[in-house]
Design a protein around this ligand. Structure first.
Ligand code: ATP
Ligand code: LTN
Length: 329
């Protein structure tokens, strides 16, 4: 009998896994494995909704899997696999698509943001949130650890679950987002009013999980700040310094107040050095775990994950098929 609550989350394997991904989402993924049935998926069908290069994609899919294993996703305690290996995701997305009003999709801010950065307006990008809802609902997840930017998609997922339950049968639990209290939205180092992002063309805008200590120090030292030389938390007047304070608080577990009282008059140079050191210390064990991983072993883990996920998905999906009138003749 299943009693544990279920957690589901996903990451696109588009490379450039960064500190925002880690502090905003992946750190929670690892912690939740203790108390929940955890399901973590590399959403490689989502990653195809913006232009990409297939050979490069093969590389970043594997790299993303390795980063997650290095961070502490444990395949013995969680279901860990690639979305494209489990066709039930796409099938459920189709079914949910039949009850998704296009008016709702037109309001999705991530879609509009991606178009604004030059992504072509194709059906895959447009229906991205429906596939995300399918990911979450396929295994009947209760809790979804994500960064703040995914809140709107989660709300749409909850609506679709309710819509489905009312229209067909009570199949889906209504999932809750889990968004961390600090660092839910880590900002870009070069443009601190925009979120730190994988797809920002500026390398210096983000700290990669696999950056060396030297590179981290350089990127933090060149982070955009302001000209008033006191360290204090004020996201309006001092977005750059506030972002560094949030990052340092999340890396050290100290409160922002505590950090402000220590660094208020230290000068930006010393403060930035301390921030960089906190980041380096947080990422060092991840980097060395990454270097110890063997690619063939990782491929084996993913194959086993896909097999287990397909087996479980088939059972869950048969309930959906029955509810919508698509059960076997
Ligand atoms: P892009 O920035 O290109 O849209 P992304 O990093 O948002 O990519 P994913 O890799 O799919 O996209 O995100 C993985 C997780 O990281 C999600 O839960 C997302 O909410 C979280 N996340 C992404 N950026 C940040 C950020 N700057 N701060 C906190 N969490 C973030
Ligand atoms: N849209 C998410 C990635 C994603 C996801 C999911 C997250 C796809 N499916 C299911 C949580 C649950 C993003 O972070 N950009």
């Amino acid at each position: 009998m299943e009693t544990n609550k279920k957690v589901f989350s996903g990451v696109q394997p588009t490379g450039n896994v960064h500190l925002g991904n880690y502090l905003g989402a992946f750190r929670n993924w690892v912690a939740l494995q203790d108390d929940y049935d955890a399901i973590y998926c590399i959403v490689d069908l989502h990653g195809m909704t913006v232009p990409y290069d297939p050979p490069e994609y093969r590389r970043t899919r594997l790299e993303t899997a390795k980063v997650l294993l290095a961070i502490g996703v444990d395949p013995d305690r969680s279901l860990f696999y690639m979305q494209s290996q489990v066709p039930h995701h796409a099938e459920l997305a189709w079914i949910l698509g039949t009850i998704t009003p296009t008016g709702v999709l037109n309001r999705m801010t991530q879609y509009k943001d991606k178009l604004a950065t030059g992504a072509p307006a194709n059906l895959g990008l447009y229906s991205y949130p429906v596939l995300m809802a399918a990911d979450i609902l396929l295994f009947r997840a209760d809790l979804v650890p994500v960064g703040e930017d995914q809140k709107q998609h989660l709300e749409m997922t909850r609506d679709l679950a309710e819509r489905f339950n009312n229209r067909f049968a009570e199949v889906f639990p209504i999932p809750e987002p889990l968004i961390p209290a600090t660092a839910a939205r880590v900002m870009s180092l070069t443009e601190p009013t925009a979120k730190m992002s994988k797809s920002d063309p500026a390398d210096k805008s983000r700290i990669l999980i696999l950056d060396s200590a030297d590179v981290i120090m350089k990127k933090v030292k060149s982070a955009v700040t302001d000209s008033e030389p006191t360290v204090r938390y004020d996201t309006e007047a001092k977005p750059g310094i506030s972002n560094l304070l949030e990052i340092m608080a999340a890396c050290t577990g100290r409160s922002i107040d505590d950090l402000v009282s220590e660094y208020h008059d230290a000068g930006y140079g010393r403060f930035k050095e301390a921030v960089a050191e906190a980041i380096i210390e947080t990422l060092a064990p991840i980097k060395s775990a990454y270097e110890r991983l063997d690619d063939r072993e990782v491929a084996r883990i993913l194959q086993k994950g896909a097999l287990d996920a397909r087996t479980q998905a088939e059972v869950y999906q048969s309930e959906v098929r029955r509810a919508v009138g698509l059960d076997q003749m």
